[in-house]
Design a protein around this ligand. Sequence first.
Ligand code: G4P
Length: 283
Amino acid sequence: MQFQWYPGHMTKARRQMQEDIKLIDLVIELVDARIPLSSRNPDIDELGRQKARLILMNKADLASEKQTAAWTEYFRKKGWFVVKLDARSRTGMKTITNVIAEACREKTERDRKRGIKNRPIRAMVVGIPNVGKSTFINTYAGKACAKTGNKPGVTKGKQWIKLNKSVELLDTPGILWPKFEDQQVGLFLALTGSIKDEILNIDELSLELIRILKENYKGVLAARYGVEEEQNPPKLLAQIAENRNCIKKGNEPDYSKAAALVIDEFRSGRLGNITLEFPHEES
Ligand code: G4P
């Protein structure tokens, strides 16, 4: 996936979101559990302020369990419901159905008092590109779910997926625009592979990753690459190049190859469960 985000895209996405959000009761927002703040756009809080909120901490299979628990607490304190997730697996999907019911309990109760029975909860999935929205919709809705098609009173062209008796999901996810004007956010998005367009060169990106690992995940680099972690990041990268046989013609170390290796091993989880962003820094 390659994407570039121009102001025009942003305006269009925002307008679409404003329209879609009118149709729903619940915003299901996916964030990347490895970078829970950098992978979201806080504008959704304003757009969805009248709605029930569910945060899915996706790609939790790649994140630190301890940090995912801390972030869950962080979001819960805002009054939102939170579930951690690997969108590729069906495990945990039943929990989500229960949490959706819980998140919308007030609305269901209000409906009941007004004599409205069995009106399904309507939800939409939102998130920045590549966070796992389509994967989640496919896994959650599955093939068995029928699309309900257009209904009178609903904006023409909207398709709803009937998940069960009580929940309907808008079939197209809402795309949130990432905030890469912030350098740190851009860095995190590049590291997690959300932006394939390089905003930094791969060498610099890997040095940042090495710095984060060295400071927060002691022993990970030593165990994986047999390096001495006391050195500074450029020296560590050089040692990784040497130990992993990343050599160019003329017997020169190939730093870019070593950089790509470290980033790839982080993204695929081979370096272990790693969260890059911590709640105490942000809250
Ligand atoms: P989007 O609709 O929000 O743009 O995201 P999409 O579902 O296309 O998912 C983006 C990538 O993230 C996909 O990989 C998908 O397999 C992966 N993914 C989604 N959820 C999870 C998760 O919970 N854990 C992990 N580890 N990966 C997840 P891809 O780059 O398209 O293909 P590939 O890397 O699987 O080859």
